[in-house]
Ligand binder design. Structure first.
Ligand SMILES: Nc1ncnc2c1ncn2[C@@H]1O[C@H](COP(=O)(O)OP(=O)(O)OP(=O)(O)O)[C@@H](O)[C@H]1O
Ligand SMILES: [Mg+2]
Length: 140
């Protein structure tokens, strides 16, 4: 097994900045010769949802920044996303239900569910000083 490659990016709180993290992750994947487009596509969704949540929900007094860490080998990607917002209680977020959502004006609330279902392991640690999300994606 090759040594893992680690990349840390600190993102400022500006629109569409998650694209920078996605591009960086794709660059690592192509350097490592990872060709499974489906797995990389899913990793893209994991990263995007976690960063958008951090930028959108972490709240004021604002997390001026979001820290993201990728640790990647040919076999496995570990994604870590940290904000310094007010945190939340994940156990209090109810699972979205498609039938209820159809009739509801609020169609949102799918990000956490997507992250749980598309990752091979998913952990949220959240408190008053911020939120840390760790996701593991197997690439083989
Ligand atoms: N980093 C975070 N900091 C604070 N609260 C969060 C964070 N991530 C998620 N939450 C809370 O969990 C809720 C559910 O997140 P989820 O991503 O599932 O849905 P959403 O962001 O509201 O909508 P969608 O992802 O479908 O656009 C959010 O509405 C928010 O209240
Ligand atoms: Mg979301």
């Amino acid at each position: 097994m090759t040594d893992p490659i680690k990349m840390t990016i600190i993102l400022p709180h500006i629109p569409d900045i998650e694209i920078v993290a996605i591009k960086g992750m794709e660059h690592l994947a192509s350097y490592l010769g990872i060709s499974d487009e489906e797995k990389i596509g899913e990793a893209r969704i994991l990263v995007t949802e976690a960063i958008i949540n951090a930028l959108e929900h972490a709240g004021d007094p604002n997390p001026d920044e979001v820290r993201i860490e990728f640790t990647m080998t040919k076999e496995k990607l570990v994604i870590f996303v940290e904000d310094h917002g007010h945190g939340f209680e994940p156990e209090k977020v109810s699972d979205p239900n498609i039938l209820t959502k159809i009739d509801s004006p609020n169609k949102r609330g799918w990000g956490l569910k997507l992250m749980k279902s598309m990752s091979d392991d998913f952990l949220i640690e959240s408190g008053q000083t911020g939120t840390k999300i760790t996701m593991i994606k197997n690439l083989v």
